[in-house]
Design a protein around this ligand. Structure first.
Ligand code: PLP
Length: 269
């Protein structure tokens, strides 16, 4: 029996760090792309030795390795959306900003600062590079509340504060911002988990039930890549963000224990 020739799926590129434990970073990103029907590709910026308790070592790739990976996939294969995650140093952040300048595809910037377990994933001097060089290139930037403070100085304690924070991030140049409210002080099981998506003209509150599951490693990576994947599939930003929120909410609800620490979200839900 002959099969019809296979169709090339949407191609999404993650520029991020490797998590040897398989829960976050590049590994979460590639699983997300696959689960949503796209072909995931990677530019590895750093390798982390990581288990269910945290990061035990980090090794950055040299700029020429970052550039070579990017040129290989962008040239021959082509990218329909890009997501950036862990960048580590100012040098890597600047290399990535150089590569993405003039990019024709949508760009989702997850301005990863530290892991939930407290490991540093972006050095202090790299924050300025992300702020001044990467955010102006972004179609959507997806900060959590700690990252909003790191980028803008705005401290958020309630939903009204999320609006102020969104305006402060938009002033740095991205087209849209998705402020993630999952760590609001009032957050508790049984309440909604609110995220605010805005481009300064329209405002979309994305709400989902909060799951008491402690196994949430990789949540931010997964949301940003789901968003990039839906953009690669041709969806407008509000629709892509709502679909990404639905995906990550399901993955959090299905998160599973791993090792003796905190487990990851599940992409096979
Ligand atoms: N490790 C890597 C390589 C990451 O890129 C990230 C998040 O971006 C993390 C760990 C942290 O994941 P989480 O904060 O969800 O535990």
């Amino acid at each position: 029996m002959s099969r019809a020739p296979a169709r090339t799926p949407a191609r999404v590129l993650t520029v991020a760090g490797s998590d040897s434990g398989g829960g976050a970073g590049i590994q979460a990103d590639l699983k997300t792309a696959l689960a949503l029907g796209a072909h995931g590709m990677s530019v590895v910026t750093a390798v982390t030795a990581q288990d269910s308790h945290g990061v035990h070592g980090t090794w950055e790739l040299p700029p020429e390795a970052v550039r070579a990976q990017f040129r290989a996939v962008a040239g021959d294969i082509g990218v329909q959306a890009v997501k950036t995650g862990m960048l580590g140093s100012a040098r890597t952040a600047a290399t990535v900003a150089d590569l993405l300048t003039g990019l024709a595809a949508p760009l989702v910037v997850d301005p990863v600062g530290a892991s939930k377990r407290g490991d540093t994933l972006l050095h202090e001097d790299a924050t300025e590079v992300v702020r001044s060089r990467l955010l102006p290139l972004a179609t959507v930037v997806t900060p959590n509340l700690d990252e909003v403070t790191r980028l803008t100085g705005v401290v958020v304690t309630d939903e009204a504060g999320m609006r102020t924070a969104a305006d402060a991030v938009l002033a740095l140049g991205p087209r849209w911002v998705l402020v993630k409210g999952g760590h609001l002080p009032a957050a508790r099981p049984g309440t909604d988990c609110p995220d605010l998506l805005t481009d300064g003209r329209t405002e979309h509150w994305l709400r989902a039930p909060r799951h008491p599951n402690p196994h949430t490693h990789g949540t931010g990576c997964t949301l940003a890549t789901a968003l990039a994947t839906h953009l690669a599939l041709g969806r407008p930003v509000p629709e892509a963000a709502a679909a990404a929120k639905t995906y990550v909410t399901g993955a959090i609800a299905a998160g599973f224990p791993l090792g003796t620490g905190t487990g990851p979200v599940d992409h096979a839900w």
